[in-house]
Write a protein that binds this ligand. Structure first.
Ligand code: ADP
Length: 457
């Protein structure tokens, strides 16, 4: 029969299909359609749906294979059977088909049907020259006719086809093909629904993964912040204690030297001092060990995009800024060189500066609370960052002590944030300082050297 147009009425060859047989077939085909439609509605996956449809069609004993083929993309244009049913379904195993028109494997009924987007009926498999390549292979399976009914045509592209092989010649009337066509469109629709669901599911998964990643990073920043604070705190204490302890040791040693010539009466004193010396030594050793353990781990230094770190830092505190009614302006320069940094530490510094600015702004009345974050290329090739608030600013006295350990003007402040921030930036070869914001407030500035070319840490 060859290509069959949907409205083509010249193919009503009644000879091999007497009317009562035709009515039986159509009745059956409609039944298969109904069963398939139910399968389509119930299926959750593409393969489950395709398998159910094939089984519904192949329930007809003359249909030895019912299969769903999908048309692969250029350049291979491979035809892949995603489901099949029927007594001769093994005929499809290892069958290599394409919908290219320049390969023999693309010139059979299936390739032609999919390429043209129109149903292709092969009435007589034993004599149709289109089937020459496959005839010998098909013979033992009792294949005598077939139809390829494409579905999901969009422009030049067909999504796939319902492919049915029958054990008798002239098995497919035009009306039957039309039923398969309608079934094909239902399949195409079901595929689009399933794909939409899958895309939605993927989007949901990606979002959940991104949220988990953001949470993990936030937790990491918080962890490092805590570790740095505790570490810095402990190392300051260690520093403060070392001096007096060293003095104790020196004094005890001196006292013992003075006592050396004296006899018996001072023996007890000598023993006591010896114990004191031993204890002081032990304390000293403990502090040395603590300091050694606290020696800052600078983390991995990698090439970082300062603007990316600024955006991430802003993202962390966006909720708090919003809640405090702070308007944020960003002026991030394009094309900045990368810097060599521990991204987490860099973010830690930026978060700290932004958090301080927010605190300086939260009680501001009478003008808009504004935070301005800017990045720019520096004259020396490095990268500059500024975090500016239009808050109340600070006195000269505060400005002088800002970066000291434990200096704070806040009731619950630790006074460690800026000290740690400065030591982090200095460990990155950069500088952190503050200036008065004009006309109000405070500006903190960071300058960082650019990463050497091609150095990835
Ligand atoms: P903390 O925030 O715990 O006080 P910091 O080291 O971060 O510790 O800050 C030290 C002090 O510097 C603050 O207590 C505050 O007085 C002052 N300060 C920091 N940032 C600002 C700012 N943006 N505006 C005004 N004062 C600030």
């Amino acid at each position: 029969m060859g290509a069959v147009g949907p409205g083509n009425s010249t193919i009503d060859i009644d000879l091999p299909n007497p009317p009562e047989l035709e009515v039986r077939r159509l009745t059956w085909a409609l039944g298969a359609y109904a069963r398939s439609a139910r399968a389509l509605v119930r299926s959750r996956s593409l393969s489950q749906m395709a398998e159910s449809v094939c089984r519904a069609i192949a329930a007809h004993q003359e249909y030895v294979i019912a299969a769903i083929a999908m048309a692969g993309p250029a350049p291979d244009k491979e035809i892949r059977f995603i489901a099949s049913a029927g007594s001769a379904r093994e005929y499809l195993d290892g069958l290599v088909l394409t919908w290219r028109d320049d390969l023999p494997a693309g010139l059979g009924p299936t390739g032609r049907g999919i390429r043209s987007g129109e149903p292709w009926v092969m009435d007589d498999a034993m004599n149709d020259p289109v089937f020459d390549t496959w005839r010998d292979r098909a013979r033992p399976y009792g294949i005598r006719s077939s139809t390829t009914v494409p579905f999901g045509r969009a422009g030049e592209r067909t999504l796939g086809a319902v492919v049915v092989y029958a054990s008798v010649p002239y098995a497919f009337s035009q009306r039957e093909v039309q039923i398969f066509q309608e079934l094909g469109e239902e399949i195409a629709f079901a595929i689009s629904v399933i794909e939409d669901q899958q895309k939605l599911e993927e989007a949901r998964r990606a979002q959940a993964a991104a949220e988990a990643e953001a949470r993990a990073r936030q937790a990491e920043v918080a962890r490092i912040a805590r570790a740095l604070t505790v570490g810095e705190f402990a190392s300051s204490i260690a520093h403060e204690i070392t001096q007096p302890l060293a003095a104790v040791i020196t004094n005890v040693e001196t006292a013992m030297r003075y006592l050396a010539p004296a006899v018996d009466k001072v023996e007890a004193a000598r023993e006591a001092l010896t114990r004191a010396l031993r204890d002081a030594d032990r304390a000293h050793a403990v502090i040395r060990e603590t300091r050694r353990r606290l020696a800052r781990d600078d983390g991995d230094f990698v090439r970082c995009d300062v603007n990316g770190a600024l955006r991430a830092a802003l993202g962390f505190v966006a909720g708090e800024l919003d809640a405090s009614g702070v308007a944020v302006t960003t002026a991030l320069a394009d094309g900045l060189p990368a810097v060599l940094a521990s991204e987490v530490q860099l973010q830690q510094v930026l978060i700290n500066l932004i958090a301080n600015a927010r605190e300086a702004l939260q009680d501001l009345r009478g003008r808009e609370r504004r935070l301005t974050i800017a990045s720019q290329a520096e004259a020396d090739g490095g990268v500059g960052v500024s975090v500016t608030d239009n808050g109340m600013g600070m006195s000269d006295e505060v400005r002088e002590r800002l970066f000291d350990h434990f200096f704070t003007t806040k009731r619950t402040g630790m006074g460690m944030g800026l000290a740690i921030s400065r030591s982090i930036i200095e460990a990155h070869g950069g500088k952190l300082w503050s200036e008065p914001g004009l006309p109000f407030g405070t500006r903190f500035r960071i300058s960082l050297p650019a990463a050497p070319e091609g150095d990835d840490g």
